[in-house]
Design a protein around this ligand. Structure first.
Ligand code: NAG
Ligand code: NAG
Length: 404
């Protein structure tokens, strides 16, 4: 918007000469004398896609964990963690890559025609909260750091507005997490459980991620001790989340599945944990509309949903920059169309995980796909927030009484 203000201002002047003399006058003018913040914003406040410090979509950056008084409705938070992977590491560089690939998303050209809105200029204050500084040396500590970080942000009591007030604010901003490997979904689900109770998971992935930790080649693991650190991996976090009773029963869906299994028992375990499965192949048989309908019918529009998107749901020919690639996946277009179709879900949190840029091409195809997915998720969050009383501006802020 602000970039447009300057040319519009010039056009209003009568002809080139006037514009020219104004430009000259501005040159000779004492710098900043008489300039309002608005003038400065109009002149210098907007980036091109290729300029500026890399935040998601050039959004303002604030270290939300360090400065909890900051108010926002939707926060983008990086979780650069990749020491719980079973194959290629590298997703710790995912948040950086996704931010860089989001560079052509801006408030002045962010209108999403499918939803008839620009998520960056709507009611929601969206900011880039930066990254959680997660240790790469100790997964037990890393899980604790992430659990605290997500919980603090998803369910925090803000400072009183003034000393006499008996009202404080419990804020429930929505978080879009940029992974990181998929294990980061466990601490996010713990945090959402504190804020909303159990939530359903709508999970896009080539893999189930509900595996029991002892289903990996690990004779050293005690299968009866869910507190073993080796239980926390990017293929087991939904098993652990189920074990911790964080997931709503019989409301969660996987979509895009196509990996090899250890046997049909994997699906039976998945059934026992209350999931519905939509295979990658289903999109050929029932189409995008069929996939959308299946998800919406099963989950509904009221159930609080954690939307978890593993970029490996896309075919590795189109999104090679990922840790556990599985040939024969959906196209980027198919994934995006499905995401557009499920905009009616009540998304209370979301992630985009497993972008590992070291395996991406020079054209950043994987990171670009992830950035576009982020745009679609933000659009849906903002659109949904406009429909109801809940979710309007300031809804990140819920007034509560003293007893909190
Ligand atoms: C959690 O896992 C342990 C060990 O496998 C098991 O004994 C326990 O029953 C599980 N709890 C739930 C709620 O699934
Ligand atoms: C789970 O959901 C499916 C599909 O909505 C339904 O057919 C089934 O009866 C449900 N199972 C349980 C145990 O609630």
């Amino acid at each position: 918007m602000k970039l447009l203000a300057l040319p519009v201002g010039l056009a209003a002047l009568s002809g080139l000469t006037a514009a020219h003399s104004r430009a000259e006058a501005e040159h000779t003018q004492e710098p900043f004398v008489g300039w309002t913040q608005e003038d400065l914003d109009a002149k210098w406040g907007t980036d091109w896609g290729f300029t500026g410090i890399s935040t998601f979509a050039h959004l303002p950056h604030a270290r939300c964990l360090q400065y909890p008084e900051i108010e926002y409705d939707i926060g983008i938070l990086g979780a650069p963690f990749d020491t719980a992977v079973s194959y290629r590491p590298g997703a710790r560089f995912g948040p950086r890559a996704i931010r860089a690939a989001s560079a052509r998303q801006t408030g002045f050209r962010g209108y999403n025609p499918r939803a008839a809105l620009n998520p960056y200029n709507e009611w929601a204050t969206i900011i880039d909260c930066g990254d959680i500084p997660i240790t790469p040396f100790d997964n037990g500590l890393a899980l604790r750091q992430m659990t605290e970080a997500f919980t603090n942000l998803a369910h925090s009591t803000a400072p009183r507005e003034n000393a006499e007030s008996s009202i404080s604010y419990r804020r429930k901003p929505k978080l879009l997490t940029l992974g990181g490997d998929h294990s980061i979904a466990l601490p996010t689900l713990r945090a959402l459980n504190k804020a909303y109770g159990n939530v359903a998971v709508v999970h896009f992935d080539a893999h189930l991620d509900t595996w029991h930790p002892a289903k990996y080649p690990s004779a050293w693991v005690d299968p009866n001790n869910p507190n073993e650190q080796s239980f926390f991996t990017h293929g087991t976090m939904f098993w652990v989340a189920h074990n911790e009773s964080l997931i709503m029963q019989n409301k969660s869906v996987h979509a895009g599945l196509r990996t090899r299994l250890s046997g049909v028992g994997d699906n039976e375990d998945d059934d026992a944990q209350g999931w519905v499965r939509i295979a990658c192949d289903d999109i050929d048989d029932i189409g995008v509309k069929g996939v959308v309908e299946k998800i919406m019918t099963h989950v509904g529009t009221e159930t609080p949903v954690y939307l978890s998107i593993d970029i490996d749901v896309i075919d590795p020919g189109l999104a090679p920059g990922t840790g556990t690639p599985e040939p024969g996946g959906w196209t980027t277009r198919e994934l995006i169309r499905v995401l557009r179709g499920i905009e009616g879900l009540n998304i209370v949190g979301a992630d985009i995980v497993e972008v590992a840029p070291a395996y991406d091409g020079t054209g950043e195809a994987t990171a670009l796909a992830a950035a576009q997915v982020g745009f679609e998720v933000l659009t849906s969050m903002v659109k949904r927030g406009m429909g109801e009383g809940e979710g309007k501006k300031g809804s990140g802020k819920v007034k509560v009484r003293d007893e909190l």
